[in-house]
Unconditional design. Structure first.
Length: 765
């Protein structure tokens, strides 16, 4: 009797439910549950009625009762799964949805929610499998393609993700989130023009979308349109004023516009919203360094590393900043930690340092090579977007492109200007690709040396590589390597059939798309070529170009003019402060202790370094007055003041390079110490090329002994100075014309080998 009554009540309740007479249906269903509280169908319908009214908790309570029975329907389990999903109880939702499917409810909606629940739990492989089942049932859902794309993005399949975002957009051309996500992936893939189109379209749909303005700003930033990027970031801030990343990226744009004080203000604003973003502290540090505020810059880096000790390349940048300041606290620990991580090839932390700081930090060419390989692969992997090069026909003139950020008053340009002017223009056509546009005296001189001088500061790496290809460059010479302002990415696209690493960076670039490095048998002994990813072009004398026309000012400086003591022996070193390591400075202090009435004359690089060096001197019981600092001055005046010094003391393991040539050109002997790495052998290369190998030592003991001996024996030093004066114009080092012939001969050899289709191997004189 009761079962019959329940059955009749349920039939009537279902009829009213279908007719949307929910109140009457609810009354009937309540009668059912009074008779049988566990009735699955009644509880299911009550759940739907409460869900229809927006009473989610009641709906969930009734669904749980319905689904607790063996005879519950797949639909009840599906709706329970959806309710649990909406409450973000994803594990329980998955259980309910799987039970629904097992009972025959494998329909699109159940699979869709199941895939999304897996995705929200980070189980992307499972989500992908479920979504692919969905796709077989329904291939016209924009939301499904969008969710599939998000999962593929998480599974590091960016190309497939883009394809699915595009499918979503073809089904729903106004799908804002799809444009934003597709644009972000394209930025990651360095397809900035395509990314910009996505964000522009997103802004047409929603002009007040902060995320779209931000994406547009990022695309413009990487396209090197910094002014426009700055405006876009400002718009993003306007619509979302409390976003740390929007303020931070506007700061980066301002930094690239050289508006560093404004950039710092924006970084500070970003940090008020999120002080735990390590990248903002790093960016602020970089801006402070540009303003020469090294002490505050150091604090910012310390904050960054406290937040994220494994921030990519940050440990190397941190110790390099300390090296610039001659702040050697924890130096040994930091140095050993970086070297050990690279030696161990620990893939979790091996990106601990970029390669440039290691040139001054470590003597090991093996470490230099590994750091370069890690950095190149991370930042500038080989890029095949331009496709293979079409072989250029043999021309009457070889087209040589020199690529540099330093076509200005800079050490690289100072060295190489004479080479550019001496090139045989009947056999070579010269192109300059200038990354930074600075109008100064040196740039004016260089403009006259090239057949084509092209300012590419506002062009992307891809655009410059295209331009080089269109110009049919045969040999591309990278004069920057991994130094400030470099554009290594250009060469990752294969800008020319022959790509050469030369002069600006004394070490391997760690990538197979660089074919050669120019060196000599001193800087890269034959047994050391295993430490270079490039084949080696060996020049017959020193690898370093030098300009025989360098002007030494007519100014006659006196020691009084430059605050130098009248009757003291003047040791000097005009290297950058980051090259002065604790062991080198300790060696110098021992030399001063041994040579009575001697002083050390250093370049004042920054105030922090000066103060730290003076404090270090006191630790060795050296009167700080014996450490004298030279202000920067024009290149010609700087050369002229060298005559006031007696002996140039080199640094280790990063030797004097241009500064050694400066000293030798000005007639000042240079005492050096060699190691195993390229940068630790450059001064030796110069001294051998000018006929003064007796000033090359290979241990710290020999270095100190010779420095003391020369400081105590004026006659011996004068003999060296006379020999230097005699050799200055009669030996190969400053013979620009002969050097040009030597390097041109190397260019002919590599070009001929390329045209013959021969493998790239070491080139010997």
């Amino acid at each position: 009797m009761i079962q019959s009554k329940i059955k009749n009540l349920l039939v009537l309740a279902e009829q009213n439910f279908r007719n949307k007479n929910f109140n009457f249906s609810e009354n009937l269903l309540n009668q059912v549950v009074l008779l049988n509280p566990q009735n699955s169908k009644a509880n299911e319908l009550l759940a739907y009625i409460h869900g229809n009214r927006g009473n989610t908790d009641a709906a969930l309570r009734y669904l749980n009762l319905a689904c607790s029975q063996k005879n519950c329907s797949p639909g009840a389990l599906y709706h329970l799964g959806v309710c649990l999903f909406e409450k973000e109880s994803y594990v329980d939702a998955i259980n309910a949805l799987n039970n629904s499917i097992a009972k025959g409810g494998e329909y699109f909606e159940a699979l869709f929610f199941l895939g999304t629940a897996y995705s929200n739990l980070g189980e992307f492989e499972k989500a992908l499998l479920i979504y692919r089942k969905c796709l077989k049932q329904k291939d016209n859902s924009a939301e499904l393609f969008y969710n599939l794309a998000k999962v593929l993005e998480e599974l590091d399949s960016p190309s497939e993700a883009i394809e699915h975002y595009s499918q979503a957009l073809s089904l729903n051309p106004n799908y804002l989130e799809a444009y934003l996500n597709k644009g972000s992936i394209l930025v990651e893939l360095k397809k900035f023009d395509e990314a910009l189109l996505q964000f522009n379209t997103a802004l047409n749909i929603k002009p007040d979308s902060a995320e779209a303005w931000f994406g547009q700003g990022n695309s413009l930033f990487f396209l090197r349109h910094f002014e426009r990027a700055n405006i876009s970031f400002e718009k993003a801030i306007q619509y979302s004023p409390k976003s740390a990343k929007y303020w931070s990226n506007k700061g980066k744009a301002l930094s690239f516009l050289k508006r560093h004080n404004e950039a710092i203000d924006h970084y500070d604003k970003a940090l008020t919203f999120n002080p735990a973003l390590a990248e903002i502290w790093v960016n602020k540090s970089i801006a402070l360094q540009a303003l020469r505020d090294f002490d505050c810059a150091l604090i910012c880096y310390q904050n960054a590393l406290k937040i994220n000790p494994e921030l990519e390349f940050a440990c190397g940048d941190f110790i390099f900043l300390k090296m610039k300041m001659c702040d050697w606290s924890d130096f040994k620990y930091l140095k050993n930690n970086i070297e050990n991580q690279i030696i161990l090839d620990n893939r979790d932390v091996m990106a601990t340092s970029g390669p440039f700081p290691l040139l001054a930090l470590s003597e090991s060419p093996a470490i230099h090579k590994r750091a370069a390989e890690i950095y190149a692969l991370s930042q500038f992997p080989e890029n095949l977007d331009l496709g293979p090069l079409i072989k250029n026909p043999i021309n009457k003139k070889i087209r040589v492109g020199y690529f540099s950020a330093d076509f200005k008053n800079h050490a690289v340009a100072i060295l190489i200007a004479g080479l550019f002017e001496s090139h045989d223009k009947s056999k070579f056509e010269l192109f300059a690709f200038s990354f930074i546009n600075v109008n100064d005296e040196m740039r004016g001189r260089l403009l006259k040396s090239f057949d084509y001088f092209i300012d590419v500061e506002t062009e992307t790496d891809l655009e410059i590589a295209k331009l080089a290809r269109i110009s049919h460059i045969d040999i591309a010479i990278d004069l920057s390597g991994f130094t400030f302002g470099s554009r290594t990415g250009i060469f990752s696209y294969r800008a020319a059939p022959i790509q050469i690493n030369y002069l600006g960076y004394p070490g391997t670039l760690g990538s197979k798309y660089f074919d050669y490095i120019i060196a000599d048998k001193v800087v890269i002994p034959f047994e050391s070529n295993k430490f270079y990813s490039e084949s080696i072009i060996y020049l017959p004398n020193s690898y370093q170009a030098n300009d025989r026309l360098r002007v030494i000012s007519d100014k006659k400086f006196s020691r009084i003019d430059l605050n130098l003591p009248q009757n003291s022996f003047i040791y000097c070193c005009f290297n950058n402060s980051y090259k002065i390591l604790p062991a080198t400075f300790a060696s110098w202090m021992r030399i001063l202790n041994s040579v009575e009435n001697s002083v050390l004359w250093l370049l004042q690089d920054n105030l922090s370094a000066k103060n730290n060096l003076l404090m270090e001197a006191e630790k060795y019981e050296i009167d700080p007055c014996r450490i004298i600092f030279a202000e920067r001055m024009s290149p010609s005046d700087h050369l002229a003041r060298h005559h006031l010094a007696d002996l140039f003391l080199d640094t280790f393991p990063y030797n004097a390079h241009t500064t050694a040539s400066d000293a030798l050109w000005a007639g000042l002997p240079v005492l050096t110490r060699t190691g195993e790495s390229f940068p630790s052998r450059v001064a030796a290369s110069l001294l051998c090329s000018i006929g003064l190998p007796e000033l090359v030592t290979d241990t710290i003991e020999k270095y100190e002994a010779l420095a003391i001996e020369l400081g105590q024996n004026p006659g011996q030093l004068n003999t060296l100075k006379k020999k230097l004066a005699n050799n200055r114009l009669s030996t190969p080092l400053f013979d620009t014309a002969q050097f040009t012939k030597n390097i041109e001969c190397a260019y002919f050899k590599v070009y001929e080998n390329y045209q013959k289709g021969l493998d790239m191997t070491d080139i010997y004189p």
